[in-house]
Design a protein around this ligand. Structure first.
Ligand SMILES: C[S@@+](CC[C@H](N)C(=O)[O-])C[C@H]1O[C@@H](n2cnc3c(N)ncnc32)[C@H](O)[C@@H]1O
Length: 239
């Protein structure tokens, strides 16, 4: 059964969302129509984000810490749940400097600081890695994204560009997954699972993708959880 977030965490989440500068966020998230976008998405971010935060709360233990790669507005409930309900340190990274400024302004009373740096520069180990809608970002990886979503046009598709993008993604996954303490948890989208699975195969690391999927507010792909370095039944059978 899902445990709801404590009311103190829910109140704090709503407070942070009420402090966000949606006009400026609109120009970051949308080419046009940013105001209308946030009018419809803001409530969904709180609702679906809090639902995922409630599920994560059961999966994560006190004493660990989380690395968030490419976190933004949608990740606020999970970040705040970890900090307020589990007292876990979190490190959210996002390369969009102007978004990081706005997020940190809204979080000024909470001990969470977004960093406008490559998440792979984070120091130390984490037992949870959150990487949602980063490895298939159509703005950064247009060719890879076309292929992933089955929209590649065989006439104009450029395999050499795709190969370059794939090498960048694999290197990013390598550098971030190296920071995961095993056994650990990865939260990602169903579209990005292949990259984490690819890393596990290349590094002979067992993994288990949980079947349940959860909708998110801003990206179309649902989120799922992957247990990494967890041997499941085979470990129990060991004498
Ligand atoms: C499509 S957005 C997804 C934002 C958010 N996770 C969501 O689902 O709404 C991708 C984000 O990943 C960030 N990003 C890409 N590579 C990164 C890296 N190496 N370190 C930190 N952030 C990164 C980008 O700056 C951008 O903010």
């Amino acid at each position: 059964m899902r445990r709801p977030l404590p009311s103190i965490a829910s109140r704090a989440i709503n407070e942070v969302y009420s402090r966000l500068d949606y006009r400026r966020l609109g120009t970051i998230y949308c080419y046009e129509g940013g105001d209308a976008f946030w009018r419809t998405k803001r409530g969904t971010c709180v609702r679906l984000g809090s639902r995922i935060a409630g599920i994560l709360r059961k999966k994560l233990a006190r004493g660990g810490r989380s690395l968030y790669v490419g976190a933004g507005v949608a990740e606020i409930p999970a970040l705040m749940m970890e900090t307020t309900a589990l007292a876990r340190p979190v490190e959210p990274y996002n390369l969009r400097r102007n978004e990081v400024v706005l997020l940190n302004q809204a979080l000024r009373t909470i001990p969470i600081r977004f960093r406008a740096r490559d998440a792979a520069t984070a120091k130390g180990r984490f037992d949870h890695l959150w990487i949602v809608s980063v490895l298939n970002d159509p703005e950064r990886f247009p060719h890879l994204s076309l292929l992933s979503y089955g929209r590649a046009d065989p006439v104009s598709f450029k395999p050499a560009r795709f190969e370059r993008e794939r090498a960048i993604v694999q290197s990013m996954v390598d550098r971030c997954m190296r920071k995961l303490a095993l056994p650990g948890l990865v939260t990602t989208t169903t579209e990005e699972v292949v990259w984490i699975a690819d890393w596990c195969h290349r590094n002979q690391t067992p993994y288990l993708v949980e079947r349940r999927q959860y909708p998110t507010a801003l990206v179309g792909d649902p989120i799922c959880f992957i247990n990494i370095g967890w041997r499941g039944r085979s470990k129990k059978r060991k004498r």
